[in-house]
Design a protein around this ligand. Structure first.
Ligand SMILES: [Fe+2]
Length: 386
């Protein structure tokens, strides 16, 4: 620790440290990682001591240029902090730059991805509220203001929409702010007008409608949207066996403007279930019914298999960075999202062994799905009803 030390939650801001001070952080065992904002290898660089102690170490030089601090570095600083386990030491020569990076990070991460991200000026306001050194340094204060503005402009447009007609389905609208191209995941027939109105309000051009799987509990809005907007193309996994304009294979990317979601095969609830993964907004996984908040989809209908579902979730979803948010196809308790870490540690079914999981899933004793006889045949043909 030094005179510059400042602790904010799980982050420790530090200035220049002597080797003995670095060593005391390591030997006390209270920190798990270190982010250095100076070029690696300078005088008294903590890199080798931190690395050899087995702590996670990252170095993202954050240095003032003639035109000021570069806003391009904002995303790499945020990604570096995302990847590091906490508590984390953030260090530079005086802890000033470290405090600016922290203010930006907290602003960006604490905002709810379902709302507008990073209100203009929010990072600087937070730095002032926490009385961080960066708020008193004009070049860092203006960096914070510029970063907030740029991030607001370039962040993914995102809306989580809920089916109020009865199925408790979440439909997700993702839009690229530059091109205005957008995709819609898992629309519900009864909510199509609402979904299109939201896209229109945001001046988005709907390009693709994606389904995570052939649903048994509601009729998809895909066909109705295509009737209203003939330019829209439908997508579903090839393994689903359902009709669509474009069939998706694992590993493919669905692009909209400069954004994309990656297709990951997560069968087990049905053969054709996929999870769509976005790297935007800190990482998001649209898991369909493969993984729900503190639960998972049933495995007793539509080619369900508990063993397959267990393997899918562990290999394709729990392997994502733990900070990635999990957005399921449903929630029946008013919850909006979870994270990979939360489900890895708190999901009452998927924290168990494969054998225990199978036993739980085989003994759920759930009633026959109410709408399955109408929904599955309709969804096999995009939800179009004559
Ligand atoms: Fe389902």
């Amino acid at each position: 620790m030094s005179a510059n030390q400042r602790v904010v939650g799980n982050f420790i801001l530090e200035g220049h440290l002597e080797p003995a001070q670095v060593q005391s952080y390591i030997s006390e065992g209270n920190v798990k990682s270190w982010l250095l904002l100076e070029p690696e290898g300078g005088a008294n660089c903590p890199a080798s001591a931190v690395k050899s102690a087995g702590l996670d170490f990252a170095c993202v030089p954050f240095v003032k240029k003639e035109s000021g601090f570069p806003t391009e570095s904002a995303r790499s600083l945020i990604s570096a902090l995302d990847a590091l386990p906490r508590p984390t030491v953030l260090s530079c020569s005086t802890a000033r730059r470290a405090s600016a990076v922290l203010a930006l990070y907290l602003t960006h991460r604490q905002s709810d991805a379902s709302c507008e991200i990073a209100r203009e000026g929010a990072a600087l306001s937070l730095a002032r509220a926490l009385d961080l050194k960066a708020s008193q340094e004009p070049s860092l204060a203006s960096w914070l203001e510029l970063c907030s503005k740029e991030m607001k402009r370039s962040d993914l447009i995102f809306r989580q929409l809920f089916d109020t007609s009865g199925s408790s389905t979440y439909t997700y609208l993702l839009g690229d702010p530059a091109s205005k191209d957008a995709i819609l995941i898992d629309p519900v027939l009864e909510m199509v007008e609402r979904d299109l109105a939201v896209a229109d309000d945001l001046a988005l051009k709907l390009k693709y409608v994606l389904n995570t799987h052939c649903h048994a509990d509601h009729i998809t809005g895909t066909g109705a949207i295509k009737k209203l907007r003939p330019e829209v193309k439908s997508m579903i996994s090839r393994a689903s066996g359902a009709n669509a304009d474009i069939y998706l294979l694992p590993g493919e990317k669905v692009c909209f403007g400069e954004r994309y979601v990656e297709v990951r095969a997560t069968p087990g609830h049905t053969d054709g279930c996929v999870t769509y993964v976005s790297q935007d907004n800190g990482g998001m996984a649209f898991t369909g019914d493969a993984l729900l908040i503190r639960g998972c989809g049933r495995t007793d209908f539509q080619q369900g298999s508990p063993e397959t579902l267990f393997d899918s979730v562990h290999s394709q979803i729990f392997s994502l960075p733990e900070t990635f948010r999990v957005y399921p196809a449903h929630d029946y308790k008013g919850r909006h999202h979870s994270t990979v870490l939360e489900e890895k540690t708190l999901n009452p079914r998927l924290t168990k062994t494969k054998e225990e999981f199978k036993s739980i899933m085989d003994n759920l004793g759930l009633p026959y799905p109410k709408k399955i006889d109408a929904a599955v045949p309709a969804n096999m043909v995009c939800g179009i009803q004559d």
